[in-house]
Design a protein around this ligand. Structure first.
Ligand code: ADP
Ligand code: ADP
Length: 226
């Protein structure tokens, strides 16, 4: 599904160029769940920006479903580190934000939005506003929003890092359940190795200066049956 070849990203700064990523290649099949772990500054967020089409790599190429990723596109969903919900929109309308942004028919997606809210356990909160929800609930709205336009790839940039430890553990289990129900290809960035081991088929370990993949680990934990 996703093919990234020999990606390098060099940021130009007032103190000269910074190589954020060097010669990174990876493959992601459909229904793969792959985590990326590594220290701060190793280029994890840069990788997400390149895969979402927000940032053009200095070198190398990214293809998704056989076509080049050179701008933001509708077959990618993103879950951010902060939930970034719009406070003046209710939960249902927040889930529908990508549909509106992509110029698709909003009323046609209302049922899908409700189905996704049910999937993330928030169907009772559709008409609530973000400030009425806990952090974990807001991040679950973020996951529903990332899936609303039926992307083939879901990118998640440390989605649980702003949550407390207990909510975080709970959210890992929730995310595994959501993934089992949707089987979307997922690229999950995390600082937490236990989280990566629990959720992934494969773990890519990055190191910094410059950001490269230094190790790839296959995980063969049994998954619960759906
Ligand atoms: P991570 O997400 O793993 O913490 P990042 O992708 O944010 O890493 O950053 C990788 C490297 O690139 C770091 O050295 C960081 O300082 C640098 N960097 C990230 N974004 C920019 C930017 N917009 N301009 C300049 N340097 C950047
Ligand atoms: P999460 O683990 O998803 O962050 P919490 O542990 O914060 O959830 O909350 C547990 C439950 O308490 C939620 O599923 C919800 O039913 C209820 N709840 C939490 N915060 C609020 C709130 N601000 N308003 C209404 N219900 C809430």
């Amino acid at each position: 599904l996703l093919e990234a070849d020999a990606l390098s990203v060099v940021y130009k700064t007032s103190n000269g160029p910074i190589t954020a990523m060097q010669d990174v290649s990876l493959r992601l099949g459909s229904s793969d769940f792959v985590s990326v772990v590594g220290p701060s500054g190793c280029g994890k967020s840069t990788l997400i920006k390149v895969f979402s089409g927000l940032l053009k790599p200095t070198k190398g190429s990214v293809r998704l479903g056989g076509t080049s990723v050179d701008q933001p596109r509708g077959d990618v969903g993103i879950v951010f580190q902060q939930p970034t919900l719009l406070p003046w929109k209710n939960v249902l309308d927040n889930v529908l934000v990508p549909v509106r942004a992509l110029g698709m028919d909003v009323p046609a997606y209302k049922k899908k939005a409700m189905d996704l809210l049910r999937l993330v356990g928030l169907e009772k909160y559709a008409s609530h506003y973000p400030n009425e929800l806990s952090g974990g609930m807001q991040q679950r709205v973020g996951i529903a929003r990332g899936l609303i336009h039926d992307p083939s790839l879901l990118l998640m940039d440390e989605p649980f890092s702003a949550l407390d430890t207990m909510t975080r553990d709970h959210m890992s289990i929730e995310l595994q359940r959501i993934w089992m129900a949707t089987r979307k290809s997922a690229l999950f960035i995390t600082h937490s190795i236990p989280e990566a081991v629990f959720l992934s088929d494969r773990i890519l370990v990055m190191s910094a200066h410059p950001g490269t993949i230094v190790r790839e680990i296959s995980v063969n934990l049994p998954r619960p049956r759906t």
